[in-house]
Design a binder for this molecule. Structure first.
Ligand code: I22
Ligand code: ZN
Length: 197
C-alpha cells in the first residue's frame, strides 16, 4: 500500500492483467472459448450472456459487440444478455425467486448448440449456478468466467476462464479484456469464411 490509493488501484489492475498475459493456459482458454463461439455462430446458433452487478453490464456490452459489431463491417450475429429485460427479471424474481431469474430465461430462450457465457467473480452466485445447470440439461455449451475463488465452476462448465486474482473489480477487468479478445477472434474467423460475413 502506498500513500496514493488511486495509484494503488491502477497498480492492482496492472498486476492482475500482467499475471493474465503471462499465463499460457489462460491465453489458450480464451482461444478455446472463441473457437466454441465461432462454431456456434457459424451453425446459426446464438450466444447468451449472464452476470450480476457490474458483470451484468459487461454481459450487455459483449452482446452488443456481437449483434452490432466489434471492429469490422459485417452482418449481424445472434447474441442476447439475459440481464436487460426488467419485466422478465422482476416477474421471475417475484414469482419464483432470484435464483431462477436467469435459469428460467435460459429454459425459454436457449436451444441446443447455443453458447452461454456466465460471469461470476465469486463463482458461487446461486442464480448463475442454476442457469448453468439448466443450460447443460438443454444441450447448451457452458462457459464460466470467474476468479480464483471460482474453481468449483469447472463442474458445471465445458470451459472455464479463471482470472488469476480474487478481487472482484480486477477480475471483471480481466474478463472484459478476454471478452474483447474473443470478439476479435470470432469476428476474424467467421468473416474469413466465404459467404458467412
Ligand atoms: O461491479 C461490482 C464490483 O466491481 C459489483 O456490482 C458486483 O458485480 C456485485 O457485487 C455482484 O453481485 C457480484 O456477484 P458475483 O460476481 O460474485 O456473481
Ligand atoms: Zn464494479
Amino acid at each position: 500500500m502506498s500513500q496514493n490509493p488511486i495509484a494503488d488501484h491502477f497498480q492492482a489492475s496492472l498486476a492482475g492483467l500482467t499475471r493474465a498475459v503471462e499465463s499460457a493456459e489462460l491465453q489458450a482458454t480464451v482461444k478455446t472459448i472463441a473457437d466454441a463461439i465461432t462454431g456456434s455462430l457459424r451453425a446459426g446458433n446464438k450466444l447468451l450472456l449472464i452476470g450480476n452487478g457490474g458483470s451484468a453490464a459487461d454481459a450487455q456490452h459483449i452482446a452488443a459487440e456481437i449483434v452490432g459489431r466489434y471492429k469490422r463491417e459485417r452482418r449481424a450475429w445472434a447474441a442476447i444478455a439475459l440481464t436487460t429485460d426488467t419485466s422478465a427479471l422482476t416477474a421471475i424474481g417475484n414469482d419464483y425467486g432470484i435464483e431462477d431469474m436467469f435459469a428460467r430465461q435460459v429454459e425459454g430462450l436457449a436451444r441446443p448448440g447455443d453458447v452461454l457465457i456466465a460471469m461470476t467473480t465469486s463463482g458461487r452466485s446461486p442464480n448463475i449456478l442454476a442457469a448453468l445447470r439448466r443450460a447443460r440439461e438443454l444441450g447448451v455449451t457452458t462457459i464460466g468466467l470467474t476468479g480464483t475463488r471460482g474453481e468449483s465452476l469447472r463442474a458445471l462448465c465445458d470451459h472455464v476462464l479463471i482470472a488469476p486474482c480474487d478481487d472482484t473489480p480486477v477480475i471483471q477487468q480481466i474478463h472484459m479484456v478476454a471478452l474483447h479478445a474473443i470478439c476479435d477472434d470470432v469476428e476474424r474467423a467467421v468473416m474469413s469464411e466465404p459467404g458467412k460475413a
